[in-house]
Design a protein around this ligand. Structure first.
Ligand SMILES: C[S@@+](CC[C@H](N)C(=O)[O-])C[C@H]1O[C@@H](n2cnc3c(N)ncnc32)[C@H](O)[C@@H]1O
Length: 243
């Protein structure tokens, strides 16, 4: 199944390719940089323990409200429409303290859906729908998925076991500014150090970049390509594994 939101750097186009690298014998699956969770939704290789994680608190609140308060969230979203004024209003009110989690989740959903390229920052000027009919299927898929809100390092150490499979899709090197959570050069090194010490297995996606190839030169690196979402042409990426 597809995700219910578009997301910057989302892996819907590469999901099947990434899933084809999954081993068959993992007992826990952890999506460390969750975003729109394209790979988790696309995969039918379910594990007894599945975890979605992201450092973005608004996004995690949206996932949790969809999982635990799906009907209420749908009711709340019904009152929004695709207009510039409503978009600005949602953006401003998101940071105010006088709203409930469900209201914040609805406003964040609106911001993602009707912003330009899902950047949540600028009005998209396109006739996108705020339809929520797929929410029931998404709620069912999330039924047994743990939703975490942690920095990647703490999360990976918490769930690491020999039978674990981690899918890591961090902000790409040199494009980190697209996300609300700050991701610095030091964080790429920090991720590399945690993954090098891993007991379990990991699959990592990145942009095809000299810095990343050097950092992961001891691992299996495969070059892949996908259609560029924001402009014409192809975008080069890599899939890196420790098995
Ligand atoms: C490339 S996106 C993931 C896209 C996702 N795979 C998809 O298909 O939609 C990277 C995500 O990492 C999250 N992130 C940034 N810094 C993080 C951190 N320190 N720990 C965990 N997640 C972080 C961002 O909020 C963003 O959602």
């Amino acid at each position: 199944m597809r995700s219910f939101i578009p997301w910057i750097g989302g892996k819907s186009q590469l999901a099947k390719r990434i899933i084809s690298e999954f081993p068959t014998d993992f007992e826990r699956y952890i999506e460390v940089f969750g975003g729109g969770a394209s790979v988790l939704f696309a995969s039918d290789k379910h594990a007894p323990i599945e975890v979605y994680n992201d450092a973005n608190g608004q996004l995690v609140n949206l996932f949790r409200c969809l999982k635990y308060h799906r009907e209420e969230l749908q009711k709340e979203i019904r009152y929004y429409l695709n207009s510039r004024e409503m978009f600005q209003d949602c953006r401003n009110r998101l940071e105010s303290s006088g709203t409930t989690d469900i209201q914040r989740a609805a406003m964040y959903y609106v911001c993602i859906k009707i912003s330009f390229g899902a950047d949540t920052d600028s009005f998209g000027c396109s006739p996108k729908s705020l339809d929520t009919t797929r929410f029931e299927d998404i709620e069912k898929r999330l039924e047994h998925v743990l939703i975490e809100h942690k920095d990647f390092e703490e999360l990976i150490k918490q769930y690491d076991r020999p039978n674990a499979l981690f899918y890591c899709d961090p902000p790409y090197h040199t494009t980190e500014k697209h996300y609300s959570e700050r991701f610095a050069e030091a964080d790429h090194y920090r991720l590399n150090a945690v993954l090098k010490a891993l007991k379990g297995r990991f699959i990592l996606s990145y942009n095809d970049d000299d810095f990343i190839r050097e950092l992961y030169k001891d691992f299996d690196i495969k070059a892949v390509e996908r259609q560029n979402n924001l402009s014409q042409g192809r975008f080069k990426e890599v899939i890196i594994k420790n098995f």
